[in-house]
Design a protein around this ligand. Structure first.
Ligand code: KG4
Ligand code: ZN
Length: 371
């Protein structure tokens, strides 16, 4: 059963063909980073235009790489939200038109559900390939952590049908957003996560103790805006502010510096600040996820979304799985960041369950999920 997945919720135009929800025949991602990096963040109008420019090419390329004729598809799965409305509309309208013209079934997939299915998909692929990996068992607690989201869900399955209960979510910035904003403040460019991940290795994470992030009410909720502001106070009105501005100007002039170049343009104090900030975010994400797993009495943990690429986060979850007996599943980096294979995989189950979309399927910037 071949499913075409289409994903365009943010700044990645992606299409993929997945067979039986368990084998990736192709996964094509057109990144818009070069378009947005000079603005230090995503410019929604530019993102929509880039999606329009790329969508047809990306879908054609996914079919070509998979050696699949579009007529052979069993169905089309498209991200319906949440995300940037202009971006979502491009993929959704394209998928709808394709389904209509080919008389194929269409399903709408929630982007967060897609991130959760990235874990299940990769686990199925690994086990089918004979890799000695444990099954990503359900029920599980899933942390979805990206530039737009930081949420914890309880994921359960019954007879091929998945259910999601939201346990906590960020009350302000998403973790990836905090990485991106701190990187911008320090003149490190966009996206901030990968750069901070690299530079933090050269800093002392114990240099600044940002303390634990305290939450009133639901202790499984997140909040990163206070931490971001604490970083700002350590920069504003200090020599680090001038250093950051110099770095921003230098970066703009030299294009894309190598990680070594960038490190050479950071003082020890800046590197310590970066390492301490990253360590505080990672500690908070890991602690709340483990607390959620404890509270739900599950030992299976899924982590996905762009921030799941973070090397310290991966290491900390690995340590927790060894020390505390959790089974932690984190997809490879290509399946952690936005992609369409995860949408096709989630869509496969909806197609099988007959949860088809009709002509009323609409793009939605926010959709309640797991509530
Ligand atoms: O899932 P994703 O591709 O798009 C959204 O749905 O938001 O995630 C992108 C986010 C960005 O904020 C980026 O800075 C962050 O993921 N990110 C990272 C790393 N790689 C990407 N954050 C921390 N460490 C990384 N290595
Ligand atoms: Zn995402």
């Amino acid at each position: 059963m071949l499913v075409l997945g289409i994903e365009s919720s943010c700044d990645e135009t992606a299409a993929a063909i997945v067979a039986d929800g368990a084998e990736i025949l192709s996964s094509v991602v057109a990144s818009q980073i070069p378009t947005h990096e000079k603005y230090g963040g995503i410019v929604p109008e530019l993102a929509s235009r880039e999606h329009l420019r790329n969508i047809e090419k990306v879908v054609d390329e996914a079919c070509r790489r998979a050696q699949v004729r579009i007529q052979d598809l069993a169905g089309i799965a498209v991200t319906e939200g949440p995300g940037l409305i202009g971006s979502l509309l491009v993929g959704l309208v394209y998928g709808k038109a394709l389904a209509l013209s080919l008389a194929k079934p269409l399903v709408g997939v929630n982007h967060l559900e897609g991130h959760i299915h990235a874990v299940l998909l990769e686990n199925r692929i690994a086990r089918a390939g004979g890799k000695p990996v444990e099954e990503a068992g359900l029920p599980a607690v899933a942390l979805v952590v990206s530039g737009g989201h930081t949420s914890l869900f309880l994921v359960e399955e019954s007879c091929g049908s998945f259910s999601y209960k939201r346990l906590g979510r960020t009350r302000d910035d998403a973790a990836g957003e905090a990485f991106d904003k701190v990187a911008r403040l320090l003149g490190l460019g966009y996206p901030g996560g990968p750069v901070i991940d690299q530079l933090a290795r050269a800093g002392n994470a114990a240099a600044i103790d940002f303390g634990h992030i305290k939450m009133k009410g639901n202790s499984l909720d997140f909040s990163f805006s206070g931490l971001k502001t604490a970083v700002l106070y350590r920069v504003r009105g200090t020599p680090l502010a001038a250093e950051s501005e110099e770095r921003r100007v230098w970066r703009n002039a030299c294009g894309k510096p190598t990680p070594d170049d960038l490190r050479a343009h950071c003082s020890g104090e800046t590197l310590d600040l970066i390492a301490s900030f990253q360590s505080a975010v990672v500690r908070d994400l890991v602690e709340r996820t483990l607390a959620a797993a404890d509270a739900m009495r599950v030992d299976s943990i899924f982590v996905s979304g762009g921030v799941a690429c973070n090397s310290l986060l991966r290491a900390r979850f690995r340590e927790a799985s060894r020390a505390q007996g959790f089974r932690v599943h984190i997809p490879s980096t290509v399946l952690s960041t936005d992609n369409a294979a995860m949408i096709a995989a989630a869509g496969y189950y909806k197609l099988q369950a007959g949860q088809l979309a009709d002509a009323t399927l609409a793009a939605r910037a926010s959709i309640p999920f797991g509530v």
